[in-house]
Design a protein around this ligand. Structure first.
Ligand SMILES: Nc1nc2c(c(=O)[nH]1)N[C@H]1C(S)=C(S)[C@@H](COP(=O)(O)OP(=O)(O)OC[C@H]3O[C@@H](n4cnc5c(=O)[nH]c(N)nc54)[C@H](O)[C@@H]3O)O[C@H]1N2
Ligand SMILES: Nc1nc2c(c(=O)[nH]1)N[C@H]1C(S)=C(S)[C@@H](COP(=O)(O)OP(=O)(O)OC[C@H]3O[C@@H](n4cnc5c(=O)[nH]c(N)nc54)[C@H](O)[C@@H]3O)O[C@H]1N2
Ligand SMILES: [Mo]
Length: 775
């Protein structure tokens, strides 16, 4: 592509956001050839009567009228509002085999899909098909399966609540709970971990709490890239004098200095706000030991305070009134060896003590976390240890304090709330069955990893993807490709072309859909969809742009027509629901008590806050109390085992996002804040490790995973970049590195692929011939 320049590495010397971000916005609008009319859509982003930004799940300050500027939100919107199209003629010219040769970047750059397509094996091409023809094909396949559990239904987190609700209803009436979703690869350890401690798998704070917090602990997150609007909040906290600690193997730029594009003075004077007060750089996966160390340190400080007759550092009233299990937890902390915590966290004792001091003296503490905590073997235990720590000082369920998982996809939390869940509770199934008069399947279904294995084993034969890019987002790429190719039928509902559409089953459909920025007309009436952000605010979103093609259907309409074709409409009149989304919301209100008066409440500007019981100090645990959990340091991880064999040559690799990507969608080749330009095949490494391995900056390596099943997993041709990263740790971008993640390397108790702790060895190579142009 002509906008790929030769690669270069050049440390970024400026604050995050600011003019650099504004320039990128202009570049993206031009690159996507966004038409004049669609420019206006940018102004409607996150406004009361506009659309919810399809970028991330960070909430909006709806009451302010200022345009909350966000470079990466603009990229997401521009990508959808692009004037480029991929009509059927494109597919007539390009067989699937040829498209497979293109990079992920090129595939998405072709633009928006315009018409439903069916794969023709004779010509190896996608050909046009009518919508009715497409739904008949799906229905025929689904009806032919001897067991509904031979189909799996994937959801990516952009799908609105209405489509998600109808989707799960259809799939359960069809007869399965096979709901793999992007959440399985993302915040699943949060959703599985928090119920064990505080009873509810969601965050306990709202944006208002950020105005009152005096201490913020940011674990494993890169907000400058992934949640840029969060930086505005952190800026205000920093200006107020709050202490902000970043716990991250990398010192991410946006957590150091930030120039707010929403504040003209800061922009005009080229000034910036320092964000972070303290940077702690644990080794990859070291957070559990670090958090446990802080808990132990806090307990020791409290013991000393009590002995000296000084004010206690534990919130003894909260512990007595609201929790159970504290004594066992404290005993375990007292017996815990200090040196083990220091060794496993990779954080020196002085820094642990500093963090402990900050935490012990913070009056209102918020802990936030992202993928740096969730994509590890011990992720569930880590999140539970973080809840333990927060409970020790009663930092849950009071103003300015709380747990704040920062979700990814803009409606990933809402989709789960609507029942996109492979392990549904009996209570939910009872209610769903009662409201719609059927017997929902009880057996738990497959998550992402189990779906891939089931496809490989011939147990899942039909794969339906509601958005996303299953082939590239999932681990063990060659294995996943083989799994998809073994299917009888693969179906993808998508806005843009991606590799999942090309790695298809024997029969395949590609169904184009409306994006959230587009007007969704049903019987001439514009429909809004609802979404739930990371802080449980539910609000309406109305697209304003004309659809990319007259032949697009909304996701809701696609579900309804597929359901009608498969199950008929005797029991549920699917198309009646899809004709007016308010009818679906009424049904949602019947199934979920917390959605009472749904239509009325969501009509108010800004919507409403969905009740989170733990925020109200209502603990939905078996004991009815918040539960302290004893958790031991895990010294038998794949990393420990591989290091026992390979010694210090064994490296731990994390795979994260560059600044110019949205998950598997590559917008460009730069990672500005980390100083990488024009390339993606780079690996960040500590200088001492390079010396130890006899490697040099500018050298090239292949990476090979260390796993115990005899399968060779490799990713070849990465440029070494010296970086401030702990010894023994590496960083690279996904999806290029997904081939290295073993399918069965997952988080205990959550099944999330361990994409941030992959044991690898490096092998030097000559510069690859095609270097360095991208994916
Ligand atoms: N522009 C843009 N926005 C996005 C996305 C995108 O791709 N592009 N993706 C969306 C989605 S789905 C999600 S889930 C979120 C993801 O947002 P993040 O959670 O920020 O995700 P990552 O880029 O994977 O980076 C995680 C951070 O964790 C750090 N880290 C890695 N391993 C560890 C560890 O062991 N311990 C600690 N403490 N830190 C660690 C990395 O250095 C990095 O700073 O963003 C959402 N928003
Ligand atoms: N190694 C590694 N792997 C990871 C991660 C990691 O950090 N490291 N992160 C994981 C995480 S956190 C996540 S959430 C997953 C993401 O996994 P997915 O959600 O499956 O992937 P995306 O890249 O977000 O999906 C992009 C595609 O969605 C389609 N799309 C965009 N908008 C819409 C829409 O409105 N409707 C429909 N129907 N389709 C749409 C477009 O066709 C686009 O190509 O990846 C995971 N994979
Ligand atoms: Mo995510």
């Amino acid at each position: 592509m002509n906008d790929i320049k030769p690669g270069r590495i050049e440390p970024y010397a400026h604050a995050a956001a600011g003019w650099g971000a504004l320039k990128q916005v202009a570049i993206n609008l031009v690159r996507e050839k966004v038409s004049g009319g669609n420019y206006r859509s940018l102004l409607a982003q996150n406004q009361p009567d506009g659309f919810d930004c399809p970028g991330c799940a960070w909430p909006d300050r709806v009451h302010t009228s200022t345009f909350e500027f966000c470079e990466n939100g603009v990229k997401a919107v521009a990508a959808e509002a692009t004037s480029k199209r991929v009509p059927p003629e494109f597919f007539a010219r390009h067989p699937v085999g040829a498209l497979l040769q293109q990079s992920d970047y090129e595939l998405e750059q072709h633009g928006r899909l315009t018409d439903p397509l069916v794969y023709d094996p004779a010509s190896d091409k996608y050909l046009p098909i009518s919508w009715d023809g497409a739904f008949d094909l799906i229905a025929r396949h689904l009806k032919a399966l001897p067991d509904p559990n031979q189909a799996a239904f994937y959801t990516s987190g952009r799908t609105g609540n209405e489509a998600a609700f109808l989707f799960q209803l259809f799939v359960r009436m069809y007869g399965t709970n096979n709901f793999p979703d992007c959440s399985n690869m993302c915040h699943e350890p949060t959703s599985r971990g928090l119920p064990g401690t505080v009873g509810t798998g969601k965050g306990t704070v709202t944006l208002d709490d950020f105005e009152h917090a005096d201490t913020l602990l940011i674990f494993g997150q890169n907000p400058a890239t992934n949640h840029p609007r969060m930086l505005g909040e952190l800026r205000d906290c920093a200006k107020r004098g709050a202490t902000i600690v970043s716990i991250n193997p990398l010192r991410e730029r946006g957590l150091e200095r930030f120039t707010s594009p929403s504040h003209p003075i800061e922009m005009l004077t080229n000034s910036s706000t320092a964000i972070g007060s303290l940077f702690i750089q644990p080794r990859l996966g070291g957070d559990f030991a670090l958090i446990k160390a802080v808990a132990k340190g806090l307990l020791e400080l409290d013991d000393a305070a009590r002995a000296a007759g000084q004010q206690r550092l534990l919130d003894v009233d909260f512990i007595a009134e609201h929790t159970s299990g504290f004594e066992a937890f404290a005993d375990d902390l007292r017996q815990q060896d200090w040196q083990q915590l220091i060794d496993e966290s990779g954080v020196p004792r002085e820094q642990i003590d500093r963090l402990t001091h900050i935490y012990a003296h913070g009056q209102r503490v918020i802990a936030t976390w992202g993928m740096g905590l969730t994509q590890h073997k011990g992720a569930v235990a880590t999140i539970q240890m973080l809840s333990n720590l927060m409970m020790m000082r009663g930092n849950i369920g009071r103003q300015g304090a709380g747990l704040c998982p920062v979700r990814g996809h803009s409606n990933v939390q809402g989709d789960r709330t609507m029942g996109i869940e492979e392990k549904p509770t009996a209570a939910f199934l009872d209610r769903l069955g009662q409201v719609f008069g059927f017997t929902p399947p009880r057996a738990h279904g497959y998550d992402v990893v189990a779906t891939i294995q089931a496809m490989l084993d011939g147990k899942v034969k039909v794969f339906f993807g509601m958005g996303g890019n299953f082939a590239m987002a999932t681990p063990d790429t060659p294995l996943t490709f083989a799994a998809l190719r073994a299917c009888e039928l693969t179906v993808h509902v998508a806005t843009k072309l991606n590799r999942s559409h090309l790695v298809h089953g024997k029969a395949a459909l590609l169904l184009p859909t409306l994006g959230r920025t587009e007007i969704d007309l049903q019987h001439g009436v514009a429909q809004g969809v609802t979404v739930e952000d990371s802080m449980s605010m539910v609000h309406l979103s109305y697209g304003g742009n004309p659809p990319a093609s007259p032949n697009l259907l909304s996701e809701t309409a696609i579900v309804a027509r597929m359901a009608h074709a498969t199950l008929g409409s005797a029991q549920v009149d699917w198309n009646w629901y899809a004709a007016d989304y308010a009818r679906i919301r009424d049904a949602v209100a019947k199934v979920f008590d917390d959605f009472f008066d749904f239509n009325a409440r969501v009509a108010k500007p800004g919507g409403f806050h969905l009740k989170v019981a733990s925020r109200a100090r209502e603990w939905r645990t078996p004991s009815g109390r918040a539960q302290f959990l004893v958790r031991a340091v895990d010294t038998d991880t794949p990393i420990h085992r591989a290091r026992a064999i390979h010694g210090e040559r064994l490296m731990t690799l994390m795979t994260a996002r560059s600044h110019d990507q949205y998950n598997t969608t590559i917008y460009g080749m730069d990672d500005r804040y980390r100083g990488v330009y024009g390339m993606r095949r780079v690996v960040f490494i500590n200088r001492a490790d390079m010396e130890m391995l006899g490697l040099q900056t500018g050298g090239w390596v292949d990476m090979v995973s260390v796993w115990d099943d005899g399968v060779e997993r490799r990713a070849d041709g990465f440029l070494l970049v010296e970086y401030d990263i702990p010894r023994g740790c590496l960083g690279a971008y996904f999806p290029e590195t997904n081939a290295l993640v073993p399918l069965h390397s997952t988080a205990d108790g959550a099944g999330t692929p361990t994409s941030k702790s992959i044991p690898v060895l490096l092998y030097p190579v000559n510069a690859p011939v095609s270097a360095p142009a991208g994916a």
